[in-house]
Design a protein around this ligand. Structure first.
Ligand code: LFR
Length: 460
């Protein structure tokens, strides 16, 4: 069976996977896994360690090369970039989107182009770290005579020497026109970002270059685009949750939804494969859990088991509060949000874990309801893919809150989507693996309605 190498970089770990497919479900094997987590600098800034990611990626690819792969594809989280100078070198560090430098930059852009006009062009949800705000935080001289490469494009360049911007990830910059899928002159003019900064766009499936004589192919290089491409849907009326560091909750649409209602609800229209639109909203995902575990220096499995036995709905929070964005003492921030909303904070780590999972489930449900309402679409089933699919309590709570069956898996959805695009480019049909579990909704919906009311969320 033809083999393909997927390099999938997440915000805490990176993987090199080998996928084999020949008309049916992909057989996936992990070749190498490594930490990617950003490093804090003495000045408080957060940077990615690109050189370690590159050397780990190369080691993984060389191991996978024994299987004589057809091609290599690269995907990662969105929005972050490196700047290549005129001599072709990476100039300076690659900042992490959680770095606080973008504070106030949305107001700078707003003073040059109003929110409605901007959304009408780029269709992008407001997130304080969208690339356009990061670029406005750069010293202007860093934008002259440079080329901006988003992380997977940067890795692709370091492997092949070829410059380009893959379109699904480019759609998270704020600089792409959601309808034409071209760089937007209007946003460039308004933001003052020089067009020379942006490399030519490339499409998923396009040949990029060679690494040690193996072809490197552009995939849906935004990990969420790859994950959505790997949703094992068997019907059209499905919603999805790509649940990892973030929970990306929404629908697959055939064209962008650039209405004022969608903007007010802060939904995004990111580019998907085959011309589809990823109509979704970011919800702070397992980051709340992983960052809490780091603070407690604790293991996940025993805490999850105890969380399942905790009383339900002791306290809920809105995980999308920007206070949860930066690294730090998440449990303390949860406690303070509980107090602010008149709730008693959970008194123990298992209680906090229960609060996090119920709050994520609530956010999943309210976001999916909003997506269905805005797009005027019925949703009969929810596909939950990514690392969160392993979390049984989260899957069950999500089914309960949504009042819909949740189909869990695949866990490695981004890697599978990455391989699907490579396989298709090689003329091979490949399917994601089917869901491995189904959760039916249980419990009382009124509990969820009451929980949503406590934190002022619209439900139902
Ligand atoms: C998920 C993801 C989200 C994006 C966030 C930051 O890994 O790519 O889609 O909003 O990371 O880049």
């Amino acid at each position: 069976m033809p083999a393909f190498v997927a390099v999938d970089l997440g915000a805490s770990s990176g993987r090199v996977m080998l996928g084999r497919a020949d008309g049916g479900p992909i057989e996936l094997v992990e070749v190498r896994r490594f930490d990617t987590g950003p490093r804090t600098r003495p000045d408080g800034g957060l940077r990615w360690d690109i050189s370690t990611m590159l050397s780990e990626t190369i080691t993984g690819i060389r191991t996978a090369a024994a299987a004589d792969p057809v091609s290599i594809g690269l995907d990662s989280w969105a929005v972050d970039y490196g700047l290549i100078d005129a001599s072709g070198r990476l100039d300076g560090d690659v900042r992490c989107y959680r770095d606080p430098r973008t504070e106030g930059k949305a107001d700078v852009l707003r003073s040059r182009i109003d929110d409605q006009t901007l959304y009408g062009v780029n269709g992008l949800q407001y997130l304080p770290f969208n690339t356009v705000y990061q670029l406005l935080a750069e010293p202007p001289e860093r934008l002259d005579g440079h080329t901006m490469l988003l992380v997977p494009d940067l890795l692709g360049y370091l492997l092949t020497g070829e410059l380009g911007a893959e379109v699904t990830n480019a759609s998270t910059t704020g600089l792409l026109d959601a309808k034409t899928r071209q760089w937007s002159q209007e946003v460039l003019d308004a933001s003052g970002i020089p067009p020379s900064l942006l490399p030519p766009l490339r499409q998923p499936g396009e040949h990029i270059g060679l690494f040690e004589s193996i072809p490197v192919v552009a995939v849906a290089s935004h990990d969420t685009a790859s994950a959505v491409a790997a949703v094992p849907a068997t019907r059209d009326d499905f919603g999805y949750i790509s649940c990892g560091t973030w929970s990306l909750v929404g629908l697959r649409l055939s064209s962008p939804m650039l209405t004022e209602a969608a903007r007010e609800a802060n939904f995004t229209n990111e580019a998907g494969i085959d011309g589809t639109t990823r109509f979704l909203r970011n919800t702070m995902g397992l980051w709340l859990l992983s960052e809490s575990l780091r603070v407690w220096n604790a293991e996940l499995a025993p805490l999850l088991a105890e969380a399942a036995r905790q009383p339900a709905f002791a306290a809920v929070i809105d995980p999308n509060d920007e206070v949860f964005l930066t690294p730090g003492d998440i449990p303390a921030r949860i406690a303070s949000q509980c107090r602010r909303t008149g709730q008693t904070p959970p008194g123990s780590p298992p209680g906090i874990v229960r609060t996090i999972l119920e709050s994520l489930a609530l956010a999943h449900a309210t976001t999916l309801q909003a997506a269905a309402r805005l797009a005027n679409q019925d949703v009969a089933v929810v596909h939950l893919v990514g690392g969160g699919a392993r979390n049984e309590l989260l899957c069950q709570l999500t089914a309960d809150a949504c009042g819909l069956p949740v189909l869990a898996g695949p866990v490695e959805a981004s890697a599978m989507g990455n391989i699907i695009v490579q396989a298709n480019a090689a003329g091979v049909h490949a399917d994601p693996s089917p869901p491995f579990a189904r959760y039916e909704p249980q419990g009382n919906r009124h509990d969820w309605i009451a929980a949503a009311q406590r934190i002022g969320l619209a439900f139902g």
